[in-house]
Design a protein around this ligand. Sequence first.
Ligand code: PSU
Ligand code: MN
Length: 312
Amino acid sequence: MLQPDRLVVAPEVADALADGRPVVALESTLISHGLPYPQNVEVASASEQAVRRSGAVPATVAMRDGRLLVGLTADEFEALAAAPAGSVRKVSRHSLAEGAAAGGWAATTVSGTMIAAHAVGIRVFSTGGIGGVHRGALDGPSPSFDISADLDELARTPVAVVCAGPKAILDVPRTLEYLETRGVPVLVLGEDEMPFFWARRSGIRAPLSVPDIAAAARVVEAQAALGLDAGVVLANPAPAADALPDAYVREIVAQGVAEAETAGVHGPATTPWLLARIAEITGGASVRANIALIVDNARVGGLLAVELATAR
Ligand code: PSU
Ligand code: MN
């Protein structure tokens, strides 16, 4: 059990939870490791605003000096976002304890954020793209076995995660197979194809398509009511105005992944390295798409949380 002295819940978030009002968790790894400064600060506050406009309370999650923070102040945001590269740890289930023991700031990934969200009773969490099965994780002459902790967290922690699908740098079909094996429903909002993170379409069939947020909420509610203690993925394609063409995404990912291999990047550094390299390759277009999809997922997460709170 999470000890109370390891948790700091912002008063606004605690009040909302106590009243059964809708709350949406937001993560911090995309602030510290996923986007360049100062765009990362802008996206963090734009996401919080988007959650509020949808009628829910935002709760950005991070770790500081061994405690999980659920809801950050403006000063805390700035400290996290402006920290020199490398000074903030990226923590998932396997590295939360190490981050806590080390002290200082740590940013929570999808898995780390889900743990904190569930511990306080938050049912919805919005992010950019989930981690998954990396390309080459399972095949080639030396399989890396690099499969994100996000996937097993989704299998064991009942939080609905709104995202633009698995990041396009990953092996999306195998990520879907893995989620299916581990009992995680994957819904796509308004499309019959999986999104491709920066692109709206991937050519990969959606495991399940839902027409609107009310339909998504019915699946989330049923998942909980049936006692299936797993998460749900709600994939929301990136807003059309900033999304990249899918053929272009295929090209930049192939280039980025090949370069990462040559550079010998592996482990938790892989995703941040690829996101930064692809930002260079695209002259910033991938960052614009990433920002747009994060903020839109925050909006959708807010609406989903409102729907779930109303249903109860
Ligand atoms: N979404 C983004 N940018 C990110 C991430 C998500 O738009 O940087 C982060 C999330 O924290 C996710 C992590 O959990 O990338 C995946 O890292 P890994 O592949 O090492 O598990
Ligand atoms: Mn990994």
